[in-house]
Every structure is written in C-alpha cells, then in structure tokens.
Design a protein around this ligand. Structure first.
Ligand code: SF4
Ligand code: SF4
Length: 192
C-alpha cells in the first residue's frame, strides 16, 4: 500500500467522494453514543474522522471500525452537524480496497463480495447461495447454523435462485458504477 505517515490531501479526497464535510465535526461523540454497533468498533466513528482530518490514511483505512459500520444512518440522524457518517465510512471502505490496504475484517469483506456477486448474477440476492458460498470461503461450517435452519423452517430461504428480467440493466449499472472498489468486490464474489 502506497501510504506516507501523513497524507495532507487525504481528507480533501474523502470529503469530495462522500459529499459530507467532516471538518464540521465537533467531536461531541453523539454518533458513537447512538450507534448500535459501537461495541464492535475500535476506535469509535469520531476518532476515524479525526484520523482522516489529520491525514493518517493508513490508520484510518486499516481500522476495523470502517468494516463494522452497517450504514444504518442512526448516527447521521443524531449528528448536530448533519455529517453523513455512513457515506464517510463507505468511501473509506472503497479506498481501503482500491489502495490495497490491509483489511481489518476480511470476513465482512467476504460477505460483501458474496452479496454483490449474487446481485451481479441474478439482479437480486439469493440468500441460500450467499450463505453457502460464504461458509465455504470462511470454512466456518457450523457457526450460525441455528439461524440458517430457522430461516429454512420459516421459508425465508429460496432453494433455487431467480433472475430479474432486466439483467441487461443490472450489468449496465455495474459497468456504470463509478466506484472501482465496487467492481473489484463484485468480481471477487463471482470468481472467488
Ligand atoms: S455526532 Fe457529528 S459532530 Fe458529533 S462527533 Fe459524531 S460526526 Fe462529529
Ligand atoms: S451508520 Fe455506521 S457508524 Fe453510524 S450508527 Fe450505523 S453502524 Fe454506527
């Protein structure tokens, strides 16, 4: 990964891509206080903002926090400065992939790859296939088995995939995708 200890343009690049001005952050920590996934984050979201403000690219892109964020927008609603933290985290995940950063949570990235690969193949998610491919990838065959069995019993998992009619549009959407990271992740989900 091509990083220096401080990258003075990093913050500017993240602001441009995310469309949210992180320099408005007051570091009041309301975002972390309301985040349903804060227990899985190290460090909390406003610390990632600080790292980016300071141009500490490697530390920001290699943090586990950016992968623990599920983009639920709870924090954005609570932020007094209306900072779109979900978009900010999304941009950091994309940059981590594009710049070859060490991924702190490879299993979460693996899950993203399977979801996007499924959408690319069928235009929608085929959950059973996603789960099976993810299990093969992680070699964790028995973890969460109860959840899978419950979903099957409640007919939440279709056995066979079904394609949307507008597959040409789906392909075009992937081709049009501005994010190089999106392409890389989806391709890996198709060709593990
Ligand atoms: S809630 Fe908003 S202003 Fe407060 S620390 Fe989080 S991002 Fe910064
Ligand atoms: S968008 Fe991310 S950081 Fe914000 S509350 Fe949701 S999980 Fe937490």
């Amino acid at each position: 990964m091509n990083v220096t200890r401080r990258d003075s343009d990093f913050g500017k690049k993240v602001i441009e891509r995310s469309g949210t001005d992180i320099n408005r952050c007051l570091h009041c920590r309301c975002c972390g206080g309301g985040c349903p996934f804060i227990a899985a984050m190290d460090p909390p979201p406003n610390n990632i903002i600080r790292l980016v403000q300071l141009g500490m690219k490697k530390q920001a892109l290699e943090s586990s926090t950016i992968w623990s964020c599920v983009g639920c927008h709870t924090c954005s609603i609570q932020c007094p400065m209306a900072i779109d933290i979900a978009a900010f985290m999304d941009v950091l995940r994309g940059l981590a992939i594009e710049e070859g950063a060490k991924i702190a949570e490879p299993d979460i990235l693996g899950f993203h790859q399977e979801v996007l690969g499924s959408i690319r193949r069928y235009g929608r998610t085929h959950k059973l296939e996603i789960m099976l491919r993810y299990k093969l990838k992680t070699r964790d065959f028995f973890g969460d088995m109860n959840v899978g069995l419950k979903m099957l019993a409640r007919r939440k998992l279709d056995l066979l995939p079904s394609k949307v009619k507008a597959m040409a549009e789906i392909r075009k959407a992937f081709e049009r995708g501005k994010s190089r990271a999106l392409q890389i992740v989806a391709e890996k989900g198709e060709n593990p």
